[in-house]
Ligand binder design. Structure first.
Ligand SMILES: CN(C)C(=N)NCCC[C@H](N)C(=O)O
Length: 265
């Protein structure tokens, strides 16, 4: 089934503040290279037959390229984002406006949450991260608005500050994850829910290998996550490696650049 993604070209991408351990403003970032890498990701989706829509980037919002943080869209309803850091605050209303202008029902959130960065949707359940950015109360708010069960998972390693840096859905029923990113209780929940999960190594996590996008057949993944790619191939997935090393300087990977627009079903 082709998917529909929203992306934002990194026309104003910089690393000028540090709000996660990956960001080092003194080291800078190469915007032209980031744009080329982002174009490669967009082409990869289009070649797989997925639809890509674009939101206009806004000057002064260097992290707006990370579209996944802009909202959570499930069943055609849009639960807006409310960012933890003031540097990104203006992105929430910008993404919500994009959806409202296209006729989607939208909800302005009352609680801090960073969209699909911390909400990952499976067929029957939404997995939700907390600990660094998204407030656990937002999990309840999303459940109430979207009418899907939300399972809270606590993140404990600051390098894996969003759920989508430590886990990705392989399909509607199974996931890949990095165990050390989760609290003991949350890890026990993952083991119980997903006994056949792909378990990633520290090396794969450290190159944001878990920040991947799967359509159930193809997995678009950071090129450097080599162990994880081998395991995915062994399980029968088609692996599409992409180089997003420049965007990783802001703490993002393929999934971060990709907000899935799920229709009414
Ligand atoms: C889901 N996405 C987008 C991510 N997991 N991360 C990207 C956010 C990077 C940004 N500098 C920040 O720290 O907010």
């Amino acid at each position: 089934m082709p998917k529909h993604f929203l992306m934002c070209r990194p026309d104003y991408f910089t690393v000028e503040y540090a709000i996660n351990p990956w960001m080092h403003p003194e080291a800078g970032a190469d915007r032209e290279r980031a744009i080329r890498q982002w174009e490669g990701l967009k082409s990869a989706y289009e070649e797989l037959g997925h639809q890509v829509s674009l939101i206009d980037p806004i000057e002064g919002l260097p992290d707006m390229v990370f579209a996944a943080n802009g909202a959570l869209v499930v069943g055609g309803r849009v639960y807006g984002a409310r960012f933890a850091y003031p540097q990104r605050a203006a992105e929430g209303p910008a993404y919500l406006r994009w959806f409202a202008e296209r006729g989607y029902p939208t909800m302005e959130p009352s609680h801090v949450n960073e969209g699909e960065g911390d909400f990952l949707t499976l067929d029957e359940v939404i997995l939700a991260g907390t600990g660094f950015r998204t407030d656990v109360v937002a999990h309840q708010e999303a459940q109430e608005y979207l009418g899907r069960p939300v399972v809270s998972l606590t993140l404990v390693d600051p390098r894996y500050y969003h759920l989508d840096t430590a886990l990705f859905p392989l399909d509607g029923h199974n996931v890949a994850y990095y165990p050390e990113a989760f609290s003991p209780g949350s890890l026990a929940v993952l083991r119980r829910m997903f006994p056949d999960a792909v378990v990633a190594t520290a090396e794969d996590a450290a190159v944001l290998g878990l920040n991947a996008v799967s359509d159930g057949t193809n997995v678009v993944i950071n090129a450097e996550a080599t162990n994880l790619q081998l395991e995915l191939k062994r399980r029968g997935y088609e692996v599409i490696p992409v180089d997003l090393s420049e965007l990783r300087k802001a703490g993002g990977g393929p999934k971060c650049c990709t907000l899935e627009i799920r229709g009414e079903n």
